[in-house]
Design a protein around this ligand. Structure first.
Ligand code: C5P
Length: 224
C-alpha cells in the first residue's frame, strides 16, 4: 500500500485531535481519531453486559464503528447511533484508558486502525500511532504542552459545553491518565523514533496547524 500517513501522538489536551482534523481538511486527507475507537469500546462495554475479557473481545469483533467528517462537522457512530458527545464524557475517557492497558484489546483494534480509509492518504492521532500502528508513517509528530496548559484547555472545553467543572480536579485526572498511558507495558505513550516534537504550550491551534502544514509542504517538496 503506497498511501501517505501522518501520525500525531501526544498526551491528552496537547491539541492533537483538533490539529489533526484541521490538517486533514487542509490536505484533503482522511482522518482517524484512534482515541475515539478506545472510547467507543469503553462506551459499549459500559452499556452492555461485558463482564469478562472474553466478552469484551467478542464485543470488539462485532463492533460497528463509523466516522463522518462533513461540512466541518465531525461525527462518531456506534452501530448507526450518533455517540459523538457521549464518548467525550470523562468517565468514558477514564474507562478507555483502563481498557487500553489490555494487550489483547490493543491487538484486536490494530487492524481496524490500519485498514481505516482503505488506500487514501491518512492523518491519525493517538498515543501509539507512530510507534506501533504506523511505524513507517511518512511524517511523525509528537505534540506536548505543560500539564497546566492542557488542563486549562480541557476546562474551557467542558465549560463551553455548559457543564460545571473544577480545574484542579481536571488537572489531577489528567495527570493520572498520562501516567497510566506512559507507564503501561503495551504500547505506552512515547515519543516515536524519528518524530518531530512540538511543544504547543505557547501556541494556539491555528499556529500549530500552520507549522505542521509548512513542515509537510517542505518535506513533500524535498521528496519531489
Ligand atoms: O485521545 P483520547 O483522550 O480520546 O483517548 C482516550 C484514551 O484511549 C487514552 O487515554 C488512552 O489510554 C487510549 N488510547 C490509546 N492509544 C491510542 C489512542 C487512545 O491507548 N492510540
Amino acid at each position: 500500500m503506497n498511501r501517505k500517513v501522518i501520525t500525531i501522538d501526544g498526551p491528552s489536551g496537547s491539541g492533537k485531535s483538533t490539529v489533526a482534523k484541521l490538517l486533514s481538511e487542509r490536505l484533503g486527507w482522511s482522518y482517524l481519531d484512534s482515541g475515539a475507537i478506545y472510547r467507543l469500546v469503553a462506551y459499549k462495554s459500559l452499556n452492555s453486559d461485558c463482564r469478562t475479557e472474553t466478552d469484551l473481545l467478542k464485543m470488539i469483533e462485532g463492533i460497528n464503528i463509523n466516522f463522518e467528517f462533513k461540512d466541518k462537522v465531525y461525527k462518531v457512530y456506534l452501530d448507526s447511533k450518533d455517540v459523538t458527545d457521549a464518548i467525550r464524557d470523562e468517565i468514558i475517557g477514564e474507562e478507555a484508558s483502563k481498557l487500553a492497558k489490555n494487550s489483547k484489546v490493543r491487538t484486536a483494534l490494530i487492524n481496524i486502525q490500519r485498514n481505516y480509509g482503505c488506500s487514501s492518504n491518512l492523518i491519525t492521532d493517538g498515543r501509539d500511532m507512530g510507534s506501533v500502528v504506523f511505524p513507517n508513517a511518512t511524517l511523525k509528530v509528537f505534540l506536548t504542552a505543560s500539564l497546566k496548559e492542557r488542563a486549562a484547555r480541557r476546562y474551557l472545553e467542558i465549560q463551553n459545553n455548559g457543564v460545571a467543572t473544577d480545574l484542579s480536579e481536571i488537572e489531577l485526572t489528567m495527570k493520572a491518565r498520562d501516567e497510566r498511558d506512559e507507564k503501561r507495558e503495551v504500547s505506552p505513550l512515547i515519543e516515536p523514533f524519528g518524530s518531530i516534537n512540538i511543544d504547543t504550550t505557547l501556541y494556539d491551534i491555528a499556529e500549530v496547524v500552520e507549522k505542521l502544514f509548512s513542515i509537510w509542504d517542505n518535506k513533500a517538496l524535498l521528496a519531489r
